[in-house]
Design a protein around this ligand. Structure first.
Ligand code: HEC
Length: 119
């Protein structure tokens, strides 16, 4: 299903820009966290904590704007799973190795949702 249609069905037109804005805001700090995971940037627990907290808070914001259509309910479930993986990762920040292991499942939520709902 095309994303345009999904957004039309699930997210009010007024909120579509807000949704995209949140996703866009995640891009750069997510790339920074990936660089820490790959070792090309030094690991910084405070920076990744902020990012994980933003994923969790922003997902609450998105969920509060979704309707009760079947697609919306699926999206809500996906954002809730994403939040729970992000919460688990918050408890694994004391070393780069632990963060790396906990961040992989967090990232899987991005790709699996995009595979289904993003053009
Ligand atoms: C439960 C679903 C879901 C999850 C989880 C999710 N996204 Fe998205 N994302 C979407 C959808 C749907 C779009 C398409 C929005 C559009 O184009 O209208 C999107 C679009 C984007 C975009 C493009 C925004 C633009 O228009 O320029 C970026 C960047 C992005 N997501 C980053 C992420 C990152 C990084 C994560 C994980 C940390 C993530 N997303 C997790 C559903 C999700």
């Amino acid at each position: 299903m095309s994303v345009g249609l999904v957004l039309l069905l699930t997210i009010s037109v007024a909120y579509a820009a807000g949704f995209k804005g949140i996703m866009k805001a995640w891009r750069s700090p997510t790339n920074a966290a990936k660089a820490m995971v790959s070792g090309s940037e030094p690991y910084d627990a405070a920076t990744v904590r902020k990012l994980l907290q933003a994923y969790i808070a922003d997902s609450d914001d998105i969920k509060s704007h979704l309707s009760t259509s079947a697609e919306s309910e699926d999206l809500k479930r996906r954002f809730t799973a994403f939040q729970s993986d992000a919460k688990a990762a918050l408890g694994q920040l004391d070393s780069a190795a632990k963060f790396k292991a906990a961040y992989a499942p967090v990232m899987d939520n991005c790709s699996s949702c995009h595979d289904k709902y993003r053009d």
